[in-house]
Design a protein around this ligand. Structure first.
Ligand code: MV4
Length: 609
């Protein structure tokens, strides 16, 4: 077994891997960027090495710097986590060349699965069912048209060959939309993966995203740990995952488990990996393989009792898997909510910032995988995921109740997160009925109800009701504790009573009583308003980022909700929409420009002025 491992990652996954190392008696080495000097993963490690400035290209993606840190530390192996260099075949090969073990599959397996067309071809040859479509790249729109007319039909999915996880994925409902879809997928493929090659799949109208966890060792053992359902997604970012999948029974589990182990064996896979697929009407289709440990591996750990990260480390050290397929048992139900620094009411806009007070939930069946603490800074430079909240209970219904309890206990001060979104979603009929919830997640009006309350402050003078605010206090009457709301003129001394007035969801507006917001209070949310922030005619940027696209021209008439601009931040494209109808009278932005939070993106004047 290794005695020292370097973790080439940051945040919660770096901490997760260090926990596994500690339990195995392995020393840990962290790497960090200048932005992460005070990060939790750095303090936790046995030793830590500075890579360079904040941008990932100069730190967490800098292969030479990481290899240098491995050599300085004397680590024998590198764990890449997910993201960054986890699925970079040249990184795996470079480590191998330097005599360092890459904790993951062979570079050849990463490469085979990295090209989605190559993977589809390999899988088809191995007898793995793939979504009907092409296994060869489609060179032109004319070629695409021929294949669609002859075999696939409409609707059709156009996907980038270098893609994955939904990047470079477009749908054409009919021939008139084909050109846009083809060019869009090619453009995104070029931008994100340097490869404009696309292929075609039949578009399945309402599938479930069901993926199978596999583990393989160097002794020829390949097992599966059952499946996860990750159908609750937003722009291909998973938001909630669960295991087992509600739509999968024991018979189907055995069938898709066999498909997954055969897929892994076909590329001589070793370590932890995931076969992603679509399930529709009992039919299962291979989508792609993720050749790494995934964000949502935890729900599988909860229902199997297997530590997937430890198994991956054992396999990399040449040891056999610690369990066989026959010994494996699934027990109960697990759910994971991704706690991102995002504002669901503003179209899931990134909401970077620093965390004020911080307290994680606990108690029976609750697990928090996080890489933050009070005072941590969530930088727009990296992924917006702050933490993962995972719960286990005997069945789906009780696991849902437990998740709601835990979400209510979670305190993340001063940062806008998905906590209220998860609380609301898990109480819907759609979640109860195990639907994919796509209707809800795309429902602007429903999302707007999740708006965060504005910090309480007196309104401008002269306005109607200017002097009335609502404030929350905890009082004791004859020794009994009450939470009360006071509606009236602002009290100058409120800060002294409550500590700093914490801006946050209205339901959490009483800093002294840190319990879950009650149903009746939730309806009171909405003080924040949706769309871009700012007052009156000004549409200001809800986030810091780079302008990718300007969708309107100065002088143009726009409807409320119309696309104004696309801003890239935290590796996500964010659509900024008009907060009201009117005429674009000012448009001080251009493609490629940087914008800060609060900057004016456009001024939308009432039409006819
Ligand atoms: C699809 C699809 C329908 N037909 N492919 C790809 C990446 C993953 N994040 C979702 N992907 C999809 N690929 C074909 N041929 C629909 C989706 C999809 C989806 C699937 C299941 C549950 C939720 C989804 C949300 C968006 C897109």
């Amino acid at each position: 077994m290794f005695t020292k491992i370097l973790i080439a990652n940051r945040g919660e996954i770096a901490v997760r891997i260090m926990r596994a190392c500690e339990e195995l008696g392995i020393e840990t080495v962290a790497v960090y960027s200048e932005l992460d000097r005070d990060a939790v993963h750095v303090k936790r490690a046995g030793e830590a090495y500075l890579l360079g400035p904040g941008p990932a290209s100069e730190s967490y993606l800098a292969i030479e710097k990481i290899i240098d840190a491995v050599k300085r530390s004397g680590a024998q192996a590198v764990h890449p986590g997910y993201g960054f260099l986890a699925e970079n075949a040249s990184f795996a090969a470079a480590l191998e060349e330097a005599g360092i073990t890459f904790i993951g599959p062979p570079a050849s397996a990463i490469e085979a699965m990295g090209s989605k067309t190559r993977a589809r071809e390999l899988m088809a040859k191995a007898g793995v069912p793939i979504v009907p479509g092409t296994t060869e790249p489609v060179a032109s729109i004319e070629d695409a048209r021929t294949v669609i007319e002859d075999t696939i039909g409409y609707p059709v999915a156009v996907k980038a060959a270098g893609g994955g996880g939904g990047k470079g994925f477009r749908v054409a409902l009919d021939d008139s939309k084909l050109q846009d879809a083809f060019e869009g997928a090619a453009r995104e493929g070029e931008k994100f993966f340097g490869d404009a090659t696309v292929y075609l799949e039949r578009y399945l109208p309402d599938p479930r995203h069901v993926e199978v966890q596999v583990l393989a060792d160097t002794h020829g053992n390949v097992i599966h740990l059952g499946e996860r359902d990750c159908s609750v997604q937003r722009r291909h970012q998973k938001l909630i995952e669960e295991a087992p999948a509600p739509a999968v029974d024991a018979e189907l589990r055995a069938r898709i488990g066999k498909i997954a182990t055969e897929a892994a064996a076909a590329v001589n896979y070793t370590g932890a990996g995931t076969i992603e697929g679509l399930l529709q009407d009992g039919e299962y289709f291979f989508l792609e393989m993720n050749t790494r440990v995934q964000v949502e591996h935890c729900v599988t750990e909860m229902v199997t009792g297997i530590d997937i990260v430890k198994e991956g480390i054992r396999v990399a050290a040449g040891e056999p898997l610690s369990i066989g397929q026959a010994e494996l048992q699934l027990r109960g139900h697990a759910i994971e909510c991704r706690i991102n620094a995002e504002d669901a009411s503003k179209n899931f806009a990134p909401a970077p910032g620093s965390i004020g007070a911080y307290r994680e939930p606990a108690g029976p069946g609750v697990r928090v995988d996080s890489g933050v603490q009070a005072g941590s800074e969530i930088s727009p430079m990296y992924d917006p995921m702050v933490a993962k909240l995972i719960v286990w209970d005997v069945d789906r219904e009780q696991a849902t109740a437990r998740m709601l309890r835990a979400l209510g206990e979670y305190e993340i001060g001063e940062l806008k997160t998905l906590l209220p979104f998860h609380q609301a979603l898990l109480q819907t009929r759609q979640w109860h009925d195990a639907e994919t919830c796509r209707d809800l997640i795309e429902d602007r009006a429903w999302l707007k109800e999740l708006a965060f309350a504005k910090p309480e402050k007196p309104a401008a003078e002269g306005e109607e009701g200017a002097e009335t605010v609502q404030q929350s206090y905890t009082v004791e009457v004859s020794g009994k504790r009450f939470d009360v709301k006071v509606i009236g003129p602002p009290l100058a001394a409120s800060g002294a009573l409550n500590g700093a007035a914490a801006p946050g969801p209205a339901g959490e507006g009483a800093p002294a009583s840190r319990r879950a917001p009650r149903r009746s209070e939730r309806s009171g949310r909405g003080g924040g308003g949706g769309g871009g922030g700012g007052g009156g005619d000004t549409l200001s940027s809800p986030l810091q980022g780079t302008v990718l696209k300007v969708a309107v021209e100065q002088g143009a008439a726009v409807e409320e909700g119309a696309l104004v601009a696309v801003i890239e931040a935290m590796k996500m494209e964010n659509e900024i929409t008009a907060h009201k109808a009117g005429v674009v009278s000012e448009l001080p932005i251009a493609v490629g420009a940087s914008v800060a939070t609060g900057d004016t993106l456009a001024v939308i004047s009432p039409a006819g002025e």
